[in-house]
Ligand binder design. Structure first.
Ligand code: FES
Ligand SMILES: [Fe+2]
Length: 354
């Protein structure tokens, strides 16, 4: 099982999910309460009341202005987590404070810092297509009953598209074309590329772009470990000119596939998925087609990974996997994640055995 990495930014929610209703999410095993102040700022606090641990996202807990009022005995907390009211006494115990999490709202996501102390200069990685005017986005979130490493493996190895997603995004060329893998250890980024010069056009792209016939199909993956996966997908008629030296690429369609991969616990994962496109921006039919089709593809993965976790749970200790060429990107991601997990394993994260 892939270890969890602390001292990292993780996506807790879409910005649209965080409002004046109390939202509970679990990130790296920590229950987190999310809401938005009256001025519109997202807030992330521990979701457990310090008194008797009542979950603060549960009714009848509620917001009173920007304060959270526990629904059990009425403790009230401010946006910094400090307790402002205790029933039946004037004195507020010194330890009556909820943990407060650093928050960044960026590219339509609400990110929280899970770790010790403040993030300092570390910022979440970017996915600018998520709220840029040149793109139209469909997105959603599916929970997975599996370790997040299974989803990372799945996304780094797109040759599974041919088999698990045949008839949607997979065609024979995906599994047949070799990949190129590069790792930037300093930045914690793994790059995996597969360029198919002459490939069948899968229904996902044929129906959304209107291309008839074969295509040139590029898949350039940028995995910002541990939490953000970007797939730059370029689709063009097979004989169309390539990109210009200045990077412009008027003869191709571009799809930016974004996954936020957030471990909720060791064996549960939030799968934030999105598809951003730079064509047919106002075409509602294309939007609805991509939303439905991509959700189907996401669920094919979710079902497979849930089954896989169950199977792995029944394996005897020390079972052996067999890795092949297509796993190069996934293995590089695992090494990067192991290093990040080790770096984040502070004394607070892993208390010494008593
Ligand atoms: S559990 Fe929250 S006030 Fe008692
Ligand atoms: Fe998949």
């Amino acid at each position: 099982m892939t270890a969890l990495a602390r001292n990292q930014w993780y996506i807790a929610a879409y910005g649209r999910e965080v409002g004046r209703e109390l939202l509970g999410r679990t990130v790296l095993g920590e229950p987190i309460l999310l809401y938005r102040t009256e001025a519109g700022q997202p807030v992330a606090l521990s979701e457990r009341c310090v008194h008797r641990r009542f979950p603060l996202s549960q009714a009848p807990s509620r917001l009173d202005g920007d304060r959270v009022v526990c629904g059990y005995h009425g403790f009230a907390y401010g946006t910094d987590g400090g307790c402002l009211f205790v029933p039946g006494q004037q004195r507020i115990p010194r330890t009556a404070r909820l943990k407060s999490y650093p928050v960044v709202e960026q590219d339509s996501f609400v990110w929280v810092w899970i770790g010790d102390g403040e993030p300092g200069a570390a910022l979440p990685p970017r996915a600018p297509w998520m709220d840029s005017p040149g793109y139209t986005v469909v997105s959603g979130m599916e929970p997975i009953d599996g370790n997040y490493g299974l989803l990372v493996d799945n996304l780094m190895d797109l040759s599974h598209e041919t088999y698990l997603h045949g008839g949607y995004i997979g065609t024979p060329e995906v599994a047949q074309t070799p990949i190129a893998t590069e790792v930037d250890d300093n930045a914690g980024i793994v790059y995996v590329s597969r360029h198919m010069d002459d490939a069948q056009c899968p229904p996902f792209y044929a129906k959304s772009t209107g291309i008839k016939g074969r295509i040139s199909r590029w898949q350039d993956i940028e995995y910002h470990a541990p939490c953000l996966y970007l797939l730059h997908s370029r689709i063009a008629p097979v004989d169309a000119p390539g990109p210009n030296p200045d990077g412009s690429d008027p003869h191709a369609f571009h799809v930016e596939v974004v996954y936020g991969i957030t471990p909720a616990t060791e064996k549960t994962t939030y799968d934030f998925w999105a598809v951003a496109r730079d064509f047919a921006l106002d075409d509602q039919n294309v939007t609805e087609f991509l939303r439905g089709n991509n959700h189907t593809v996401v669920m094919q993965d979710v079902v497979a990974l849930n089954v896989l976790q169950t199977a792995l749970d029944t394996e005897p200790a020390g079972y052996q996997e067999l890795s092949i060429n297509i796993d190069t990107g996934g293995l590089a991601a695992r090494r990067t994640l192991a290093r990040l997990a080790q770096q984040g394993a502070t004394p607070q994260a892993q208390p010494a055995a008593r």
